[in-house]
Write a protein that binds this ligand. Structure first.
Ligand SMILES: Cc1cc2nc3c(=O)[nH]c(=O)nc-3n(C[C@H](O)[C@H](O)[C@H](O)COP(=O)(O)O)c2cc1C
Length: 366
C-alpha cells in the first residue's frame, strides 16, 4: 500500500491517509457568517471523497476580521450551532475536521462599518485604507482567537488551524513589508512573531495540551522587503518549541504578482507542481513536527515522492478538490491519473461574483 494511504496520528488525532483538504473559502454562509445547508452538502461530498483531514475555509474571529462575503464566522456564540452541524456531517461519515481561524487585517471587507486594522497605517492615493492596531486592539484580537477556539471545541472540531499565511493579519505582522511598527510587535523577527505566538499561547491555554493545534504560514512572501524563507524556518522553530503540533506551509500574498498562493498554470508540467519544494527542504532540515505541504500538487506520483522521501509529511490540496471532491478516493481506488484541475483560478471568480465556491470549468463541461 502506498505510504499516502497509511494511517498516522497528530497529537492524538487519527488520520486515515496523508491527504489534507487545505482551507478553502466556500462562501456558503449567511451574510452574518452562520453556516448554511449548502456548506453541509459540500462537506458531505468532501468526506465521501475520503480526504484524511478536512480544513474548513477561514472563519473570522471578529467581525472586523472578515475577508469575504458569506464567509463562515466563529466570532460569536450564535455561530456554534451551525459549526456543530459541519462537524456532525463529517463525523457521521467517518471524517476528521479542523477549523481554520482567521482575521483578515488590512484585507477586512467591512471597511464602512468597521475600520480595517493592520500592523501599520496604510494609504493608497491619499486614501487611508488601514489603521495601525493599538496594543489594546492586539490584546482584544488575541482574546477573540481564544474565544473562537473555545467555540470550535464546543462545536466538536477535531483540531484548529491558525491562519498566519497569505498576507492576512498574522502574516502581515510577520512581514516587514506590511509591518512598520516601532513597538514590541515590529522590527526584529522575535517582535514580528510575537502576535502569532500570543495567539498560539492563548488558544493552547483554552483548549489544553492534548488538543491538536496547527498553523498555516508562508514559506516566504515573494515581496521585496517581505518575510523570507530563512525567517520562516526560525518562526517554525519558535512554534515547535512552544508546542505547535503541525505546520502547513504555503506562500505569497495578494501583492506577490505571479507568485500568489494559488499559482496558475501548474498543470502544464510536473516541474511547475509542488512549488514550495525548496522551502520544504529548508524546513525539514531544522524542524521535527509534521509538515503539511500545499501548493500546486496535481500528480499522485509527486505527492507520493514527497512523502516517501521525507520532504513532507502530508499533502494538502485546495483547487484540485474544488473540481474533484472525490480525487483522493479515485486515487485510493487505483485510478492514479493526474487531477483534472487546470489551475486556472476561475474558482476565485465565482467568489468575486459572490456565488458559492465551485469550478466553472467543470460545470461547463457537464
Ligand atoms: C477559492 C480559494 C479559496 C481559498 N481560501 C483559503 C482559505 O480560506 N484559507 C487559506 O489558508 N487558504 C485559502 N486558499 C489557498 C489554498 O488553501 C492553497 O493554499 C492554494 O490554493 C494552493 O494550493 P492548490 O494548488 O492545491 O490550490 C484558497 C484558495 C482558493 C483557490
Amino acid at each position: 500500500m502506498s505510504i499516502l494511504f497509511k494511517p498516522t496520528v497528530i497529537n492524538g488525532m487519527q488520520l486515515k491517509n496523508r491527504f489534507v483538504r487545505s482551507a478553502t473559502h466556500e462562501a456558503m454562509a449567511d451574510l452574518d457568517g452562520t453556516v448554511k445547508d449548502q456548506l453541509l452538502q459540500y462537506m458531505l461530498d468532501l468526506v465521501r471523497g475520503e480526504v484524511g483531514l478536512i480544513i474548513t475555509g477561514h472563519a473570522h474571529v471578529l467581525r472586523e476580521g472578515q475577508a469575504g462575503p458569506r464567509q463562515m464566522g466563529a466570532y460569536s456564540d450564535a455561530m456554534i450551532d451551525g459549526l456543530k452541524r459541519v462537524c456532525s456531517v463529517i463525523h457521521e461519515n467517518g471524517g476528521v475536521v479542523a477549523i481554520q481561524l482567521a482575521h483578515a487585517g488590512i484585507r477586512g471587507i467591512g471597511k464602512k462599518e468597521y475600520a480595517a486594522l493592520g500592523p501599520s497605517n496604510l494609504s493608497k492615493e491619499g486614501l487611508k485604507v488601514a489603521t495601525a492596531m493599538t496594543a489594546e486592539d492586539i490584546q482584544r484580537t488575541v482574546k477573540a482567537f481564544g474565544d473562537a477556539a473555545e467555540r470550535s471545541v464546543a462545536a466538536g472540531f477535531d483540531a484548529i488551524q491558525i491562519h498566519s499565511a497569505h498576507g492576512y493579519l498574522l502574516s502581515q505582522f510577520l512581514s516587514p513589508y506590511y509591518n512598520k511598527r516601532a513597538d514590541v510587535y515590529g522590527g526584529i523577527l522575535e517582535n514580528r512573531a510575537r502576535f502569532l505566538l500570543e495567539v498560539y499561547t492563548e488558544i493552547r491555554g483554552r483548549v489544553g495540551r492534548s488538543f491538536p493545534l496547527m498553523v498555516k504560514i508562508n514559506s516566504e512572501d515573494f515581496l521585496e522587503g517581505g518575510f523570507t524563507a530563512e525567517e520562516m524556518v526560525k518562526v517554525a522553530c519558535m512554534l515547535e518549541e512552544q508546542g505547535m503540533d503541525a505546520i502547513e506551509m504555503s506562500g505569497g500574498t495578494f501583492e506577490s504578482g505571479r507568485l500568489v498562493p494559488s499559482r496558475m498554470g501548474t498543470f502544464k508540467s510536473e516541474k511547475k507542481e509542488v512549488y514550495y519544494r525548496k522551502a520544504a527542504e529548508a524546513f525539514k532540515r531544522e524542524v521535527k513536527i509534521p509538515l503539511i505541504l500545499v501548493g500546486g500538487f496535481l500528480s499522485f506520483n509527486l505527492a507520493e515522492e514527497m512523502v516517501t522521501s521525507g520532504q513532507a509529511d502530508y499533502v494538502a490540496l485546495s483547487r484540485p478538490l474544488i473540481r474533484e471532491p472525490h480525487l483522493v478516493k479515485r486515487w485510493a481506488d487505483g485510478d492514479k491519473a493526474k487531477a483534472t484541475c487546470i489551475s486556472c483560478n476561475k474558482c476565485f471568480s465565482t467568489l468575486l461574483m459572490e456565488e458559492a465556491l465551485h469550478c466553472p470549468i467543470d460545470k461547463e463541461s457537464k
